[in-house]
Ligand binder design. Structure first.
Ligand code: SAH
Ligand code: SF4
Length: 364
């Protein structure tokens, strides 16, 4: 027992290399006496070869491997459950000290998107969102965010699914801007040519608009921004997103505009997400008001049919209403897309993520 406790302790003092962004990895390896090119070599082993055992890194000297083993380890959290939708969407569950997070793979014709979580639950309590209703446990570590991509890529390869991940969206559980440093570090690994090497135009951070963090973001990283607006005025937004009482629509739009000026990834404009809630935000007047609100901001509007979850009082606008709403926006010159629901037969659609799996579970 004592031995076991010591081993745990030992492990706790070691660094998981998946927690380090490329710069931090450089500093760490440098402290072990390694030169710059070694970072590339190490990242290649970790991210290209998915190798989590220093002893298998044959082109690294035994002495260096010993040093690495003494101070660090590589650990990607495993998916413990998997559920596949009839439309090809796959939902994976990771268990973190008995708390669960979800990751969703969405294959499409010309791309494959991985929807990742950034927190266990979410503290913001938007009342149309299952994650928000579930409560909040903690922020995810860099390694816990990165593990989702690491494991998804690995499993897709094992399943011989040719469509490897081309896009990543922070639209899983949690509010990414409340976990700013870890999310930014994870994005740096996703972008790095020795990491997952994705284009910044293919990584989207979706936020409910945490203004101070959004202001900081423009000095930290350039990615595609999606703002969860969901209302055409503060009165409605206050009702469905309590965080609006702290950061209202105008504050968010001003901050988003500043980000847009700096960003090269958002050349086509910022994406605004608008969940269509029957009788709440879906009238013709709301559409006109929304168009007026966004008229000075280069933007794309994503209309999202609301996805139901247990014990919720909302209902989605019907498709006729959504089409009429979309047409008003289109006539006003906005690029408007009605988002397809993917994976809602397995509760993998937006806002249905609670970390619970009810049926058709496959243990991994
Ligand atoms: N916290 C971030 C990202 C995670 S939520 C955010 O709010 O942007 C991802 C998207 O799903 C957000 O636009 C969110 O508002 C939306 N969403 C939440 N619950 C939903 C539901 N039940 N149906 C449809 N979309 C939902
Ligand atoms: Fe959190 Fe986003 Fe859900 Fe709101 S919509 S509760 S911010 S995850």
């Amino acid at each position: 027992m004592k031995q076991h406790a010591n081993a745990l302790n030992n492990c706790n003092n070691k660094i998981n290399l998946l927690d380090l962004n490329p710069k931090d990895l450089y500093y760490f390896l440098n402290s072990l006496g390694q030169k710059t090119f070694f970072v590339k070599q190490m990242m290649n082993w970790i991210y290209k070869n998915k190798c989590d055992d220093f002893n298998k890194m044959f082109n690294i000297s035994i002495k260096t491997r010993e040093k690495l083993n003494k101070q660090s380890y590589i650990f990607a959290n495993k998916f413990i459950e998997e559920k596949m939708s009839s439309d090809g969407t796959i939902k994976w569950i990771t268990s973190l000290n008995n708390q669960k997070i979800e990751t969703v793979y969405i294959p499409e014709k010309n791309r494959s998107t991985l929807c990742v979580s950034s927190q266990i639950g979410c503290p913001l309590k938007c009342n149309f969102c299952a994650t928000g209703q579930q409560g909040f446990n903690r922020n995810l570590k860099v390694s816990e965010i990165i593990s989702q991509v690491w494991q998804a890529n690995k499993i897709l390869k094992e399943k011989k699914i040719k469509k490897s991940i081309t896009n990543i969206v922070f639209m899983g559980m949690g509010e990414p801007l409340l976990n700013l440093n870890n999310v930014v570090s994870a994005i740096k690994i996703m972008l790095d040519e020795n990491g997952f090497y994705l284009s910044k135009r293919r990584i989207t951070l979706s936020t409910s608009g945490i203004v101070p963090a959004l202001n900081q973001l423009r000095n930290m990283i350039d990615v595609c921004l999606a703002i969860s607006l969901h209302a055409s005025n503060d009165k409605i937004r206050n009702l469905i997103m309590p965080i609006n009482k702290r950061y209202n629509i105008q504050l968010i739009l001003n901050s988003a505009l500043k980000y847009l000026k700096y960003s090269k990834s958002n050349r086509g404009g910022i994406t605004f997400e608008y969940v269509m809630l029957h009788g709440i935000n879906d009238s013709n007047e709301n559409a006109v008001e929304l168009a007026f609100l966004l008229k000075k901001i280069p933007s794309k509007i994503n209309l999202i049919p609301w996805n139901p979850f247990l014990n919720s009082n909302f209902s989605s606008s019907n498709i006729n209403r959504i089409n009429i709403f979309a047409n008003i926006l289109k006539r006003k010159g906005f690029t408007t897309v009605i988002r397809k629901n993917r994976g809602n037969d397995i509760n993998a659609a937006c806002g249905q993520l609670t970390g619970k799996i009810t049926n058709r579970i496959k243990k991994l």
